[in-house]
Design a protein around this ligand. Structure first.
Ligand code: HEC
Length: 196
């Protein structure tokens, strides 16, 4: 009799323990997602701010250079500060060295496209997951980047871009695929990857 009660107690304690651990893991995931969301938003704000500043001062031609040098610099600095690898990726890249999506990122980007087609707002589309790779376990997060009116001067349909910008981009990026976007579409995503 005593043994039975003992067992029931033990089981209840075990169950409670599992639930607490599950709740703690959920809380951890929520906290990491919040942190990643903050870092991704800050990256976009910083790049957007630099771009707008340069655009207002010297027009679209110089801004191509801002994109070329400032965006990777901001990404490195944000990565250093956050302890995560943070960058911008896309299914149609301008710079294949920095912007090419890996297999996981491609899958998520395709899913973002599906969610967008089903009517979700690009500003609100993101995704987080814990992924096991050959090098270890990672917390991975992606946030969609919407196309705003500023972007189409360099990523828009051909008739939205000046001859000068087209020539400059063709010179710097002979394999450019990052054109043909309209305002409100998804240009790519911020990708955040932190070792666990
Ligand atoms: C003045 C031209 C210009 C404007 C305006 C511009 N971009 Fe870009 N964008 C570039 C260039 C150049 C690169 C390649 C940067 C590099 O070499 O890493 C780039 C790269 C990117 C990338 C990285 C992936 C890739 O294709 O290589 C993303 C994402 C991106 N731009 C999004 C945007 C968004 C969103 C906007 C509007 C808020 C925007 N860009 C406005 C020129 C521009």
């Amino acid at each position: 009799m005593i043994r039975k009660r003992h067992l029931a107690f033990l089981l209840a304690a075990l169950l409670a323990g599992t639930q607490t651990r599950a709740a703690a893991a959920d809380e951890d995931a929520e906290r990491m997602t919040e942190e990643a969301r903050k870092v991704a938003t800050s990256l976009l704000q910083q790049i957007g701010g630099e771009l707008k500043k340069e655009h207002d001062i010297s027009g679209p031609l110089r801004s191509v250079i801002v994109c070329k040098y400032t965006a990777p610099e901001v990404s490195s600095s944000v990565s250093r500060k956050s302890g995560a690898a943070v960058k911008r990726v896309s299914l149609k890249v301008r710079n294949p060295v920095l912007g090419m999506a890996d297999a996981w990122e491609q899958k998520v980007l395709l899913d973002f496209e599906r969610r967008f087609t089903r009517g979700e707002k690009p500003e609100a589309i993101d995704h987080a997951d814990v992924v096991t790779e050959t090098q270890g376990r990672y917390f991975r997060y992606m946030k969609a980047i919407p196309v705003t009116p500023l972007c189409v001067g360099c990523h828009g349909p051909m008739d939205a871009m000046t001859e000068g910008t087209k020539a400059q981009i063709a010179g710097e990026y002979p394999h450019d695929k990052a054109v043909g976007y309209s305002v409100g579409q998804i240009r790519g995503a911020v990708s955040y990857k932190k070792p666990l």
